[in-house]
Design a protein around this ligand. Structure first.
Ligand code: ADP
Ligand code: MG
Length: 204
């Protein structure tokens, strides 16, 4: 079972990954966007970690809702409301339980990803974060061992955005010139899923 401390460790691990990879995320966004994805997420995840340190919520759902709220209020850019919606929706799906199963988390994240698709109007193949998130949540199952498969699926999904033409977000303004570059949001999504797998591996 996964408790609030596990979820705090996941998000702290994700924040560290965002810091480590910020330059690369911004570089990817400079090719097909406005060169702010790394700094956007650094600002957002710094706020998440600060909020979780200040008043650590006692339930997994509350951890995700608090983190989502921070991302929505501090990240300027499309990715803030989208990632914020992902975490808030997943957090609401988990409710007030003090501990949740891997299967409950999988279901909650599937609901969160569906909310991202609804908010942004994108679907798989549009060269967005959904190209990493959808295969990742599809790979999540009833055990924490499935988190490693989700990490692999997210990484493959991010790589598979390279030959795609962007159909949503800022990169879509480039039309065919968006082809040949990896999507920044799919890349950061793979980092967040990798942080989940890493957190589960560190716990055993
Ligand atoms: P902005 O594009 O406003 O500068 P960011 O650079 O932080 O915001 O994030 C860009 C990423 O957001 C893209 O690489 C893409 O993955 C994701 N994104 C943009 N629009 C959408 C959308 N409508 N649906 C899903 N993801 C999107
Ligand atoms: Mg940008």
């Amino acid at each position: 079972m996964l408790d609030a401390a596990f979820f705090r460790r996941w998000l702290t691990t994700a924040a560290a990954a965002v810091n480590r990879e910020a330059d690369r995320l911004t570089e990817l966004d400079s090719a097909i966007g406005d060169a702010d994805h790394g700094t956007n997420l650094q600002r957002g995840f710094a706020a998440v970690v600060a909020a979780l340190d200040k008043e650590p919520p006692a339930a997994p759902g509350a951890v995700l809702v608090l983190a989502g709220r921070q991302l929505i209020s501090t990240v300027g850019g499309a990715s803030g409301p989208l990632y914020g919606t992902l975490l808030r929706r997943a957090g609401k799906a988990l409710g007030d339980d003090a501990e949740v199963s891997a299967g409950q988390l999988a279901e909650a994240l599937r609901a969160g990803v569906a909310a991202v698709a609804q908010l942004g109007g994108a679907k798989a193949g549009d060269k967005t974060m959904l190209d990493a998130l959808e295969p990742a949540v599809a790979a999540l199952g009833d055990s924490t061992e499935s988190f490693a498969a989700a990490r692999e699926a997210a990484e493959q999904g991010a790589l598979a955005t390279v030959p795609l033409q962007a159909r949503k977000g800022r990169a879509s303004y480039l039309g065919e010139r968006s082809i040949g570059h990896q999507d920044p949001g799919a890349t950061s999504s793979a980092l967040l899923v990798a942080a989940l797998a890493e957190t589960a591996e560190a716990a055993v």
